[in-house]
Design a protein around this ligand. Structure first.
Ligand code: SAM
Length: 177
């Protein structure tokens, strides 16, 4: 009996260790550059998309699209939805996720800070303080005109046109630039 208990403890420890390593590897680049691969909960995304007033036919980008959850929900709103994700593994997982759901949306594996976003009407971001600073610099430098909806983090210098509290009591900031 004691051997069975020891075997179970060992098996669970190995499993935990395996997942910890896998998560660290997937997120390493994201942690180094800013935002870890933590998906926004669905009800939070819905609240954010309502707040920004996403409309049918809008050109929508999720900047740092993780598993593709936001991309799929924006597609359901009728938007032309694209995810941008620089992690090779995470973007691969999100492509499978979209494929399983027969989604028409696409995932681009790229750094959104180096991407042409001139055709975007609405962008969603769940990033970090640092990423918001860098996105603000990009928007100003490239004179982009778009709506930005940001989960949890605000731009350092731009003023939001709207700020809401989500069902989980997080802040969502909406900008019209
Ligand atoms: C907090 S997760 C958010 C995922 C998804 N947007 C959501 O809300 O469910 C942030 C994601 O952004 C990605 N990311 C961070 N910086 C990026 C960059 N400069 N270009 C592309 N992806 C980036 C990370 O790899 C991570 O998957």
């Amino acid at each position: 009996m004691i051997y069975l208990q020891l075997a179970l403890i060992l098996a669970f420890s190995l499993l935990f260790f395996f997942f910890a390593i896998a998560y660290a590897l997937i997120g390493l680049k994201s942690f180094v550059t800013g935002a870890p691969p933590v998906p926004s909960p669905k009800k939070e995304i819905k609240a954010a998309l309502r707040a920004v007033g996403l409309e049918k036919g809008d050109s929508f980008y999720d900047l740092g699209s993780g598993t593709g959850r936001v991309v799929l929900l924006a597609e359901k709103h009728g938007a032309n939805s694209t995810g941008v994700e620089f992690s090779r593994l995470v973007s691969f997982i999100s492509k499978i996720n979209l494929g399983i759901r027969r989604s028409k949306s696409k995932i681009i594996r790229a750094d959104f800070l180096n991407m042409d976003l001139s055709d975007a009407d609405v962008v969603y971001i769940y990033g970090s303080i640092r990423l918001m600073e860098r996105l603000e610099e990009k928007i100003k430098k490239e004179s982009l005109h778009l709506k930005v909806v940001s989960y949890c983090f605000r731009f350092p210098n731009l003023k939001p046109i709207k700020k809401i509290k989500t069902p989980l009591k997080k802040s969502v900031f909406v900008y019209k630039i």
